[in-house]
Design a protein around this ligand. Structure first.
Ligand code: GCO
Length: 437
């Protein structure tokens, strides 16, 4: 396929550091990570990979890999320290320089507007629980659309479920724990997406716009058990269904509606919200790492079931399930009517320990994972799925949210030392330019 993109993906809060430099305002992860017990080893994103200062080194790594796309996010509070109002010109200039440099190097700039780092000043106003956030986001998005003209793709949001987790399950920033909050945050976030898309279209921007939703397909441990099948369906509905139904099917997900009715949860929605949320997009970004086998029976050891069925595991305990991407593409197309071009916007694997030999990190397990993912991707493309690109997570080890720096996903270390997988990916790209795997 002409113009297939082989890229890598990163996110501002995970790589940039410089958390309080050159006018940047705090975001909710800067603050959350300062609460004792939230992040493993008390790690903080303050410095991360120092990409704010070392972005040229990152571009060099991208060139060495031979990628023709780079997916990164811009930090809302670096551009608008208070989330709205006064623009921080130095922040905007940073992203403009990076984007222009990539474009000149023939590396398509693919910008995510929101990768979980809400400006803390907006959190103080209620954050994603305040319906006004949809307009604040649209205003911010518009500033980026107008000031970064060389971007080729924009995603409004990355994995909206992370915001749900931050408001309903305490696990992520800002750290609330009410289902009702999670559901309200979801709604306001989707609305912010719709309003940003509206602004993008009215501005006549020549780039493409989409959204990134992850799919971790829940599969019943016992496909003959009605309870397992029902559990898997419900979990899928409550997870990716929460987003894909309103975005692509023009309706709220039935499992979400059922759950809210059962639990007496009411949230604020207005007429017209759904049609804004469901506005046509240019692409769908699929983040896909693995499937999840679920059982309704607490006495069932899911790992055992997988092994008995011939499944394999990586050293980190993750299942090595080759068809995760293929299955997720099928779900998007068949269950949620996604009929626009798809980019795999994230795929990769993390380890706490990696083998070092003769001073080189021999991350063979990552290579095995990638090979099997590419095979599955190839099968999907051969069968006619309209996949236009693949972005590997991630360029360097980075701040992996609650896992801090202990979970490593990079083709390079944080100090930019190359791992064996970087050579593997470079060679893979050069022999599969056309996207055939
Ligand atoms: C994710 C995030 C990344 C993670 C990656 C590895 O979308 O979950 O986009 O920020 O670091 O997925 O867990």
């Amino acid at each position: 396929m002409k113009d297939f993109i082989w890229g890598v993906a990163t996110a501002a809060a995970q790589i940039e550091g410089a958390f309080n430099e050159d006018g940047k305002g705090l975001n909710i992860w800067d603050v959350f990570s300062r609460i004792p017990g939230t992040i493993r080893n008390g790690d903080r994103p303050d410095v991360a990979c120092d990409s704010y200062h070392k972005w040229k080194e990152d571009v060099k790594l991208l060139k060495d890999l031979g990628v023709n796309g780079y997916r990164y996010s811009v930090s809302w509070s670096r551009i608008l320290p208070e989330g709205k109002g006064q623009i921080n010109q130095k922040g905007l200039d940073y992203y403009r320089r990076l984007t222009d440099t990539l474009a000149e190097a023939g590396i398509a700039p693919n910008i995510t507007l929101y990768h979980w780092d809400l400006p803390y000043e907006l959190e103080r106003l209620g954050g994603w629980l305040n319906r006004d956030v949809a307009d604040w986001f649209a205003d911010y998005a518009d500033i980026v659309f107008k000031n970064i003209p060389n971007a080729q793709m924009f995603a409004t949001h990355n994995e909206p479920i992370a915001t749900y987790v931050g408001y309903a399950l305490k696990g992520f920033a800002p750290g609330f724990g009410l289902e009702k909050y999670g559901r309200q945050a979801n709604h306001n976030l989707l609305l912010s997406h719709g309003k940003a898309v509206e602004r993008f279209r009215s501005g006549g921007n020549k780039a493409k716009i989409g959204i990134v939703v992850d799919i971790w397909n829940r599969v019943p441990a016992d496909p003959c058990s009605e309870a397992d099948v029902r559990l898997a369906k419900e979990q899928n509905g409550l997870a990716h269904g929460s987003y894909l139904s309103p975005l692509f099917c023009g309706e709220y997900n039935k499992y979400v509606e059922e759950m809210m009715r059962r639990r007496g949860i009411k949230i604020e929605r207005q007429d017209g919200d759904l049609s804004l949320i469901g506005a046509p997009l240019d692409f769908y970004g699929l983040n896909c790492y693995n499937r999840v086998v679920v059982s309704s029976r607490p006495d069932v050891d899911v790992k055992k079931v997988i092994s008995q069925n011939g499944g394999n595991f990586l050293d980190n305990g993750n299942e090595l399930y080759p068809d995760a991407i293929y299955d997720a593409l099928k779900i998007a197309r068949d269950e949620y009517k996604v009929d626009i071009p798809v980019y795999i916007t994230e795929n990769g694997v993390g380890f706490e320990n990696e083998k070092v030999e003769d001073g080189m990190i021999r991350d063979e397990q990552r290579i095995a994972y990638l090979k099997s993912a590419f095979e599955s991707l190839g099968r999907a493309i051969n069968e006619g799925f309209d996949v236009r690109g693949y972005f590997l997570w991630s360029l360097t080890d980075n701040f992996e949210w609650n896992a801090g720096y202990s979970m490593k996903f990079g083709l390079h270390t944080r100090d930019r030392q190359k791992k064996a997988s970087a050579d593997f990916y470079r060679d893979w790209i050069s022999s599969h330019r056309d996207g055939r795997c």
